[in-house]
Design a protein around this ligand. Structure first.
Ligand SMILES: Cc1cc2nc3c(=O)[nH]c(=O)nc-3n(C[C@H](O)[C@H](O)[C@H](O)COP(=O)(O)OP(=O)(O)OC[C@H]3O[C@@H](n4cnc5c(N)ncnc54)[C@H](O)[C@@H]3O)c2cc1C
Length: 552
């Protein structure tokens, strides 16, 4: 019999000691740890580095924690109140509102429009890049609000209050008329059931209702952030496809006549609500001319495409950070993971991809910034945005997946951020014009816009690497273009992907440590393409790449 007076002591049933698990990464300083980001931002003359440093600290602690909450508690749609009145309200977890408030206070959606200094777009791009590392779902309404501004400005005096509201450093989630709100957010409605890429197939009709107003009748098949205060919507007016601003509430505060039918059950992007809606005579006002809808809304789309590329670069960056951190602390077979030659090879290859993505995307942001002052930069921004959107968004899925594997089983578990990044990774390639559409857009620019072609060639030839392999590749791609007998469409991915990697090689040659630039050139342009970790040259600067990935 056991002795009932015997005290087993606290350790008697202890099953094991927890060892060999990495410490928490948070809190981390997303600015200080990220050498390629710091260099890109300073190189391109960001106008407010202190703001970035402040935001980076919030990203590395509170935003990351709130992001888990906002994704665990997905938004829910309430079509009716308890008395049967139609309300179509989307309920978000408080963490979502907190994230939006902090992001908008820091100007993630508006810095570029509020600052009058050169480099404001570079700062805003870096804010977006940082934000997306902490929580990607909220990037959608932040980006749409940012990108809607040039279109709202086309509305002139009529829309000054909208411009003011959309650039306020504040967040106001109230479901109320725009005029009474401290701050406004914007959404975008283009995609319909019968066609998204081909927006000319839009069937939503806009009936003139007198006094410059229109009534919309139809639907949208994808309509993200349906609780935004206003939406830029494409619809068929008597004069053709046109762009409209449709407020959520009418000026008198009553609900505008559109209904949220349901929320999409999405692979990822869970903090963000994406809906299907129907217009049943919704009040809207025309922006730009009737029949010029695509041209009008393209000003917005060009900027959302930039943010897709920024977002995908950010996903890769966050995944890399997690992987390097893990490898620095986890031991297998008697060594830290980061000491195993093959793991070093994989991590360094991922870091190389992030270096190239960051160099490219911030070069595009700098071109957007300088576009009003330089025809070259404007032409370069036009073509490089489509090129970067295609290439960087496509690279994200592979990089995030490899980084996830570096964490072993832990990378497949929700408590790490990797599953969330993995679900998010395909999205930027799909929306705002999927991969093929971007390639066709680049092809269109190369064929029909001499200024865009010239701007790209100038960039590719400027201070180019001397390696004959670089020039041979460029000539090969140009020969494809010159031989174009109308059948080049089929090879557009080869052409555009090739140009994107040449551009990355060029930018790294100009701006990165020379051994990194050389490694990119060899691994991406000269070697046969392979899995990450299989094509770095013998003399690749592994230690340097890893040090820059997690600096300090
Ligand atoms: C989560 C989420 C949120 C979204 N939110 C919004 C939103 O808020 N507002 C909005 O307007 N839209 C939104 N979208 C829609 C998105 O922009 C579209 O899904 C996208 O543009 C593709 O359109 P589609 O789905 O109609 O595909 P399709 O146009 O049918 O295209 C299908 C595929 O065919 C390819 N393709 C099309 N034409 C060609 C061609 N000529 N040659 C070769 N390939 C071609 C495309 O690249 C794509 O891969 C959202 C989508 C998602 C997933």
């Amino acid at each position: 019999m056991s002795d009932p007076t015997h005290d087993p002591g606290p350790h008697r049933f202890a099953t094991h000691e927890v060892t060999n698990q990495p410490p928490r990464l948070e809190p981390f300083d997303a600015w200080q740890l990220d050498a390629p980001l710091r260099e890109a931002v300073l190189r391109h003359g960001a106008d407010d580095v202190v703001l970035l440093q402040r935001y980076a600290r919030w990203v590395g602690q509170e935003l990351t924690e709130l992001g888990f909450e906002a994704n665990r508690h997905k938004p829910t749609l309430h079509n009716f109140d308890r008395h049967g009145h139609r309300i179509d309200a989307v309920e978000f977890h408080p963490s979502y509102h907190r994230i939006m408030l902090e992001a908008m206070r820091h100007g993630v959606h508006a810095h570029a429009w509020r600052s009058t200094h050169d480099g404001a777009h570079v700062t805003r791009a870096a804010l977006s890049y940082l934000h997306h590392q902490g929580e990607a779902g909220t990037s959608c309404p932040l980006t749409m609000t940012f990108a809607a501004l040039p279109v709202l400005r086309q509305g002139g005096a009529d829309l000054v209050d909208w411009v003011r509201g959309a650039t306020a450093l504040d967040y106001d989630s109230a479901d109320a008329a725009a005029a009474g709100k401290r701050a406004l957010t914007l959404g975008m409605g283009m995609t319909e059931k019968q066609g998204g890429s081909d927006v000319r197939a839009n069937s939503t009709r806009a009936h003139p209702a007198g006094g410059g107003a229109y009534e919309l009748v139809g639907h949208k098949w994808f309509f993200s952030a349906p609780m935004s205060d206003g939406f830029l919507v494409l619809a068929q007016a008597p004069g053709g496809l046109s762009c409209f601003l449709m407020p959520r509430r009418r000026d008198d505060g009553t609900r505008n006549a559109f209904q949220v039918m349901r929320l999409k059950d999405k692979l990822g992007n869970w903090a963000n609500a994406s809906s299907e809606i129907e217009f049943v005579g919704a009040e809207a006002r025309l922006i730009g001319d009737e029949g010029r809808g695509i041209a009008t809304i393209l000003e917005m789309v060009a900027l959302t495409r930039l943010d897709c590329a920024l977002g995908s670069a950010a996903e890769m960056r966050r995944a890399l950070l997690e992987a390097v951190h893990h490898a620095r602390h986890r031991r297998t077979f008697g060594r830290l993971l980061i000491e195993h030659p093959l793991m070093r090879e994989v991590l360094a290859d991922l870091a190389l991809e992030v270096e190239a993505s960051v160099a490219l995307v911030f070069r595009i942001a700098a071109a957007v910034d300088a576009a009003p002052r330089s025809a070259h930069e404007a032409a370069f921004a036009r073509i490089a945005t489509a090129l970067g959107k295609y290439w960087i968004c496509k690279r994200s899925v592979g990089v995030v997946n490899e980084a996830q594997e570096c964490l072993g089983g832990a990378g497949y578990v929700e408590e790490s951020i990797l599953p969330r990044l993995y679900r998010e990774a395909p999205l930027n390639a799909i929306w705002e014009g999927s991969g093929n559409i971007q390639c066709l857009d680049v092809l269109r620019a190369l064929r029909r816009e001499p200024a865009s072609l010239q701007a790209l060639l100038d960039e590719l030839r400027r201070d180019a690497p001397v390696d004959p392999g670089y020039h041979a590749r460029l000539e090969e791609l140009l020969a494809m273009l010159q031989a174009d007998d109308g059948s080049l469409e089929r090879g557009a991915r080869r052409l555009v992907g090739g140009l994107a990697q040449l551009l990355q090689a060029n930018l790294l040659h100009r701006h990165a440590p020379p051994e990194i630039a050389r490694t990119f050139l060899v691994a991406r342009l000269l070697a046969a393409p392979g899995m990450y970790g299989s094509s770095l040259p013998e003399d690749a600067p592994i230690a340097l790449l890893l040090e820059r990935a997690l600096a300090g």
